[in-house]
Write a protein of this length. Structure first.
Length: 113
């Protein structure tokens, strides 16, 4: 499935291909980032593909989520926050995350323009 908004491909074929390689770093965009639900997306196939990417990353898993994604729970869970190493967000997102209980060791980096 091609998602024009994010220029991404997901589904069984992309999950199959991802399962054939191991990456030393994954940079993941998400629709939802929540301590209770983890990383979420409204599209099942995207959750499956992103989960496969994270499971096949032997190094750092980086999630990019602006403030409007922090605290959001979408339809399908990808993984829990315990599988994320770094969250990159904006200043407002950083302030929101400070109020949350996130896993110890999850680094927060604020992106500036």
């Amino acid at each position: 499935m091609y998602r024009s908004r994010s220029h991404s491909v997901s589904g069984s074929l992309s999950s199959f291909l991802v399962n054939q390689v191991y990456a030393n770093k994954a940079i993941i965009g998400v629709d939802g980032f929540s301590p209770s639900a983890g990383l979420t997306t409204p599209i099942l196939e995207e959750a499956e593909t992103t989960r496969a990417m994270i499971e096949h990353t032997v190094g750092t898993v980086i999630v990019v989520a602006a403030a409007n994604k922090i605290g959001v729970v979408s339809n399908f869970k990808t993984v829990g926050l315990d599988q994320v190493d770094v969250l990159v967000t904006d200043e407002k997102g950083g302030e929101i995350v400070k109020q949350m209980e996130i896993p110890e060791g999850l680094a927060i980096q604020i992106a500036t323009t």
